[in-house]
Design a protein around this ligand. Structure first.
Ligand code: HEM
Length: 141
């Protein structure tokens, strides 16, 4: 249980930091052209692919923690936990919308059309992750 919780928290720390770093990337990328724009796009794509694995890992460790709590008779989750789960779903949706928008940029090369939308998804992901952390501490702390 302790190792699982540590893994859960490490994945969450990585996910939250990466969403903020990608947000900074997009802010910097706006107005860039040529090689600079392509390098920033490449970095975003790489972090997006790692993001897929990290989001999956957060779900696997989170659901495993729920399963362990329930099997130990602690399945009475409070309201803060349920609201946390709503933000986790929002975070996951923002991630996949961000990946989709990143794919549209890669296909069209049209940074102007899509970067502002990507910025929105990344800001949403970081905000949802931050609120989920606060709610998790309120639920279990
Ligand atoms: C993906 C679905 C998720 C599920 C099912 C889930 C479930 C859980 C459970 C059951 C615990 C309590 C572990 C214990 O028994 O001590 C926990 C802890 C925690 N979770 Fe999640 N979690 C999920 C995602 C997330 C996300 C996305 C975040 C934040 C971005 C997050 C942040 C935390 C934190 C900070 C704790 C530790 C709280 C404390 O001990 O004070 N979780 N999670």
């Amino acid at each position: 249980m302790t190792i699982l919780l540590i893994t859960h928290l490490l994945l969450i720390a990585t996910l939250t930091g990466m969403s903020f770093a990608n947000f900074m990337n997009v802010r910097f990328a706006r107005g860039q052209t040529g090689d600079a724009a392509m390098a920033l796009q490449g970095l975003r794509r790489l972090m997006g692919m790692f993001g897929d694995m990290i989001v999956a890992g957060v779900w696997v460790t989170g659901l495993s923690l729920v399963w362990m709590r329930v099997s130990e008779g602690g399945g009475d989750f409070n309201a803060a936990f349920h609201v946390k789960m709503a933000f986790v779903i929002l975070l996951t949706a923002c991630h996949f919308m961000g990946r989709r928008t990143g794919g549209q940029i890669a296909r069209t090369g049209d940074y102007e059309a899509y970067l502002h939308r990507l910025e929105l998804w990344l800001a949403g992901m970081w905000l949802a992750a931050s609120i989920a952390i606060i709610l998790a501490v309120l639920a279990f702390g």
